[in-house]
Design a protein around this ligand. Structure first.
Ligand code: HEM
Ligand SMILES: [Cu+2]
Length: 609
């Protein structure tokens, strides 16, 4: 199927590009390469999707043919167009963990360049290209891994559903991702792009053609993200099992719900901004060309109208994962559950009115600085509620310090530093000094790596037995955590100091006075990278040869643990009946759900732990 997807994709590309060239020659104005590549890509993308499985599983029905759908129980289902949400979840996880490793390797090359002042292994231009590529791949990892991976795998299980609301749309969302990765990795062949992940004009309108591939990739990724968001919302609204009221939803499901609200309402702005850049480049428009009445600053507003909310697409599911793990491993009910939900929704609402805090130094009317500073500070309130609920859950709990819990605690520690340093970026007087320095680099790596990536590992260890049916090696897991936590903080904490002392962001060189701290950061970054090898080793070995896992090794109460590991196709033989709180640990008589007894006697069997 993949081969056919590539074949049809190439045919589509040739058709689109050929038609554009032919049309251009017909009117005596041969199109520029960027134009026929863009049209070729759009048709080629359609060809790829149809070839890889859309035609067989879906589009045949549009022209009155019977759709073909052969169930596949071999490993090959993981490399096919498959509608099972669990397979799609694993596809997302494996793809994005692989991209995380690739972009991480890029970061290590960048750190080699930065280990000493002056050029070491590459020129300034190559560094800028590499930095930009690292940035956008990691942003994609941060946006899609938890939602696409854990969201797809767990949401239907946790709400007692058979699958997502739109399984074929779900597969489509995933199969939009490989073209994104291919385009991004291909950018160097077209001269690369040097705008960082933010793609600001005027540079993005005049630089090498790699920028076009970047824009097409990110627009495609946005489409995937919007479709995924719609699917989550429909699933959570429509497919909850009997008794699964909003008050009984596992908190991870709420976090996916909140993040999806942002995906379906904000992503369009990013796509629009990038499309406007393409139109400026390829169609002679002038949205961002000052000489012809355009305004480069306009881009920054549209871009951040998506990209600030997007940081909450990254962090909300991370909160969801961490809170799941914290409550199960504290053996206590989730503290202040309604306030956490309110906090999530408050974050969603406020995230749309803070975007200009990225523009303090870009130039805007002074009377706007105060309001944007105030709204940004306000976000600390809902975020603080969630954070306090996490602490309240731990308070007086019987902490069970297994690897998932260690990563969840690491998440709390790191995210606190990320959030507190955000306040200095959010305050105009301090940000005027900190903007475009390593302080900002430190801040967002604390939130995204220290936060989202730590939550990712927490979840990967926690649900590993569920997904694979095997147990990971606990000792190696702890080694991974300890090593990564120390190396992580040793790498990123000094960045705040470097930033305050004049280390600029996004540039290959720096003053000699910063040589010491940079060498330290580079060495620590190498250690941080090495810690990931422990994880990869553990995963591969345990997946192949780990001891068989029980259905519920953690004694957790949410529904995904009440089915075998790995769960069967269709998840539940009969819809479970939800009768209570998902986190009633230590509450006498508390039961979350009654599962239909195996064998189908119809009699209920309580799964209280
Ligand atoms: C929720 C988790 C958060 C994430 C994932 C996050 C992510 C990011 C990212 C990726 C950037 C860099 C953008 C760029 O490339 O220019 C950034 C910058 C910034 N963040 Fe955060 N952030 C978070 C929390 C916060 C908080 C709590 C605040 C304020 C209280 C804040 C305020 C800012 C500001 C003002 C900037 C712009 C700094 C500058 O460029 O001068 N962030 N953040
Ligand atoms: Cu922001």
């Amino acid at each position: 199927m993949i081969a056919r997807g590539i074949g049809w994709g190439l045919v589509g590309f040739a058709l689109g590009a050929g038609a554009t060239l032919a049309a251009g020659w017909a009117v005596g104005r041969p199109p520029r390469a960027e134009v026929w590549v863009t049209v070729g890509y759009v048709i080629g993308l359609a060809g790829w999707l149809l070839g890889v499985g859309l035609w067989e599983a879906w589009a045949r029905g549009w022209v009155g043919l019977p759709v073909r759908h052969e169930p596949d129980h071999t490993w090959r289902r993981y490399v096919r167009f498959t509608t099972d949400h669990k397979v799609i979840g694993v596809q997302y996880l494996v793809t994005f963990v692989a991209l995380f490793v690739v972009a991480g390797a890029m970061a290590l090359v960048m750190r080699v360049e930065l280990a000493a002042p002056g050029p070491t292994v590459m020129g300034a231009a190559a560094y800028t290209h590499l930095m930009s590529l690292h940035g956008i791949i990691m942003i994609a990892v941060a946006v899609a891994t938890l939602l696409g991976g854990f969201g797809n795998y767990l949401v239907p299980l946790m709400i007692g559903a058979e699958d997502m609301a739109f399984p074929r749309l779900n597969a489509l969302s995933y199969w939009l991702v490989p073209p994104v990765a291919v385009l991004l990795v291909a950018t160097p062949l077209a001269g690369g792009f040097d705008t960082g992940w933010t793609a600001y004009p005027p540079l993005s309108v005049v630089n090498a053609s790699g920028q076009v591939l970047f824009n097409l990739a990110v627009i495609t990724f946005g489409l995937s993200s919007i479709l995924g968001g719609i699917n989550f919302l429909a699933t959570i609204v429509g497919l909850r099992a009997p008794g699964m009221s909003w008050r009984r939803l596992p908190i991870f499901v709420w976090s996916v719900f909140a993040a999806s609200l942002i995906s379906v309402t904000a992503t369009q702005y990013l796509a629009a901004a990038l499309l406007m850049v393409l139109l400026d480049r390829e169609a002679g428009m002038a949205f961002f060309a000052p000489a012809r009445g355009g305004m480069p600053l306009l881009y920054q507003h549209i871009f951040w109208f998506y990209s600030h909310p997007a940081v909450y697409i990254m962090i909300l599911p991370a909160f969801g994962v961490a809170l799941e793990v914290l409550t199960h491993f504290s053996r206590k009910p989730l503290y202040a559950y309604p306030w956490v939900v309110g906090g999530f929704l408050g974050i969603v609402g406020l995230s749309f009115v803070v975007w200009a805090h990225h523009l303090y130094t870009s130039g805007m009317r002074e009377s706007l600085l105060g309001p944007f500073m105030a709204t940004t500070e306000l976000i600390s309130i809902p975020t603080g509620l969630v954070f306090l609920a996490a602490l309240g859950t731990l308070w007086m709990g019987r902490l069970w310090l297994r690897t998932p819990m260690l990563f969840a605690l690491g998440f709390l520690f790191n995210f606190l530093i990320g959030g507190v340093t955000g306040i200095f970026n959010a305050d105009v007087p301090t940000d005027l000094h900190l903007q475009d320095t390593y302080f900002v680099v430190g801040h967002f790596h604390y939130t995204i790596v220290g936060g989202m990536i730590f939550a990712l590992f927490s979840g990967l260890y926690y649900w590993f037995p569920k997904v694979t049916g095997r147990m990971y090696d606990e000792r190696l897991g702890r080694v991974h955590f300890g090593w990564m936590f120390l190396a992580y903080n040793a790498t990123f904490l000094p960045m705040f100091w470097a930033g305050v002392h004049g280390m600029n962001r996004r540039i290959a060189d720096y003053p000699a006075s910063l040589a010491g701290v940079n060498l330290w950061i580079s060495v620590m970054a190498g250690l941080l990278g090495a810690s990931i090898l422990v994880f990869l080793f553990n995963v591969v070995r345990s997946w192949l040869r780990g001891p068989r896992a029980a259905a519920n090794p953690w004694g957790a109460r949410t529904l995904e643990w009440q089915v075998p590991s790995p769960p069967p196709e269709g998840n539940f033989p009969h819809p479970p009946q939800v009768v209570g709180d998902p986190y009633g640990y230590g509450v006498p008589g508390a039961v979350h759900a009654v599962m239909a007894a195996a064998g189908g006697s119809g009699e209920g069997r309580a799964h209280g732990l």
